[in-house]
Write a protein that binds this ligand. Structure first.
Ligand SMILES: Nc1nc2c(ncn2[C@@H]2O[C@H](COP(=O)(O)OP(=O)(O)OP(=O)(O)O)[C@@H](O)[C@H]2O)c(=O)[nH]1
Ligand SMILES: [Mg+2]
Length: 243
């Protein structure tokens, strides 16, 4: 992962960047959000029950003047969460991301064995957000203090097929976060790496964020018309009347 986030050929988003943290309970979503924002915006602690109960938004201004919005979510994709509750949170999350989502950070713990169930969360996310969300996915491994970047990359090369498929699906967009470090240089470095990857996601998507206002173009009487595709999030929005 070399180069600079300011490479000329990239179409950089001119305005704010919105990131959503998703993943299972306790994998370090809130801690990663805090590392990105550079402050303790979200409660992050060790617990057997979910610490974050509802979606929350935190923002900060980057050195280059852009605003970065981070949406922290509860462990939406755990078997223990009822899909109605998860649906309500997705609606809330989409409402918070009013200008769309530039990247979805799929958080995994670097110290847990990546299971088939972990891999299947990608499928669940596709059901909740729609197929197109895959183009915005970035894999984030926490516990970089215990499993450094080079060790993790070696592990990925040697990983079972289901994990290699996930990495491929996300076009090798993998970032490691040490959320415990107090070393300001390391904090800046890991944020820079994440922003580099997020900017590449934006460039790959022509600068356009993911929204649930997805349209598809159909031909009616020799004319092209855009119709809105109803996805899970808008379906839930109707059922629960918003969040
Ligand atoms: N050593 C170490 N601990 C971490 C790291 N990231 C998170 N943790 C710890 O993991 C525990 C859970 O972190 P959270 O940020 O609360 O995890 P979460 O995914 O937001 O959890 P829920 O909100 O309950 O779903 C906390 O005790 C964190 O301090 C990391 O990079 N290194
Ligand atoms: Mg949390």
């Amino acid at each position: 992962m070399g180069g600079s986030q300011y490479d000329d050929e990239w179409v950089l988003p001119s305005a704010d960047i919105t990131l959503v943290l998703v993943g299972k309970l306790g994998y370090g979503k809130s801690a990663t959000g805090n590392s990105i924002l550079g402050r303790e915006a979200f409660v992050s602690e060790y617990s057997h029950s979910g610490v974050t109960n509802t979606c929350q938004l935190g923002s900060t201004t980057l050195m280059d003047g852009r605003t970065i919005n981070v949406i922290d979510t509860p462990g939406l994709f755990d078997m223990s969460i009822a899909s109605d509750d998860a649906g309500k949170e997705i609606v809330k999350c989409m409402n918070m991301a009013k200008d769309g989502i530039h990247a979805v950070l799929m958080v995994f713990s670097g110290t847990s064995r990546f299971s088939r169930e972990d891999a299947s969360t990608i499928e669940t996310i596709k059901v909740f957000f729609g197929e197109k969300i895959v183009d915005h996915m970035v894999l984030v491994f926490t516990y970089g203090d215990l499993v450094g970047e080079s060790k993790l990359k070696n592990m990925l090369n040697d990983a079972p097929e289901y994990l290699q498929n996930v990495v491929e699906l996300c076009q090798n967009r993998v970032v490691v976060f040490d959320n415990r470090t107090k070393d300001r240089r390391l904090q800046a470095q890991q944020l820079d790496k994440l922003l580099y990857v997020v900017d590449s996601v934006c460039a790959n998507n022509g600068g356009k964020p993911f929204t649930d206002q997805m349209f598809t173009r159909i031909k009616v009487n020799d004319e092209f018309v855009d119709i809105q595709v109803l996805n899970f999030s808008s379906y839930f929005s109707r059922c629960v009347g918003g969040a």
